[in-house]
Design a protein around this ligand. Sequence first.
Ligand SMILES: NC(=O)c1ccc[n+]([C@@H]2O[C@H](COP(=O)([O-])OP(=O)(O)OC[C@H]3O[C@@H](n4cnc5c(N)ncnc54)[C@H](OP(=O)(O)O)[C@@H]3O)[C@@H](O)[C@H]2O)c1
Length: 258
Amino acid sequence: MPQLGFGVFKVPAAEAQRTVETAIAAGYLAVDTAAIYRNEEGVGAALASAAGPVVITTKLSNDAHEPAAARTALTESLRKLGRSSVDLYLVHWPVPSTDYVATWRAMIAFRNAGLATSIGVSNFTIEHLQAIIATTGVVPAVNQIELHPAFQQRELRAFHADRGIVTESWSPLGQGGGLAEPVLLTIGQKHGRTPAQVVLRWHLDLGLMVIPKSSTPSRIAENIDVFGFRLDADDHAAIAALDRKDGRLGPDPVTFGA
Ligand SMILES: NC(=O)c1ccc[n+]([C@@H]2O[C@H](COP(=O)([O-])OP(=O)(O)OC[C@H]3O[C@@H](n4cnc5c(N)ncnc54)[C@H](OP(=O)(O)O)[C@@H]3O)[C@@H](O)[C@H]2O)c1
């Protein structure tokens, strides 16, 4: 899969086709959506009109963990996307009050049936990952987690590296909020780049998959123009120091949906 893709959380259904077409025209080769984003139809329409293949990820909603409901949910996502299979299908959240191990077994069946080329999870902690791997022996290809300079997830990344799980960063730009950070401005000035480009380059240098979202054409182009420079060791040390214990922006997977 391309290391850098395009996220479409909060892109309204009516704008999804146009926004994803703009992204594809700018060079993005992968799109990250989810059933709960309610824009799969627009994403599918944009992919159908693309000149070449674009990799698509979608996700199983929290209210569809029960295996029969999961099967219905995947069928519905495929219908909306206009595809017979999805490239990467993720369990969106573990939802600890559900039998997420049974959900993972259903995901394995989807992959075995050819409905998903690869399967993975999102927002799983080490404990959640250990439970599904120990029970099924099947390691998720990807764990998509909140990850940005203010919330760097070192322990979980190390576990992923040990198990061969790809880390994919959601809200990689910290939802735009941390981009005024002086350290990022200084590093950007040094390389003639914007703070967003510095942050995306940081994800790529760490070997993470990354899926920035923007509805702004100039930013869509800016966020993929990150392959012509590299950060040095000083830059990496400065960004490493931005990690904060309270840096999480989204819900805590240990309690979310419980
Ligand atoms: N698995 C999960 O639970 C989960 C949760 C959240 C997100 N995600 C995925 O991750 C993707 C990205 O996360 P996200 O959308 O939460 O946040 P993000 O990509 O970190 O940030 C998006 C925000 O930053 C702004 N922005 C984008 N590029 C910018 C730039 N170059 N300069 C300044 N501001 C910029 C955008 O504004 P404009 O749009 O106005 O340009 C938008 O408000 C989502 O779209 C979704 O696909 C997954």
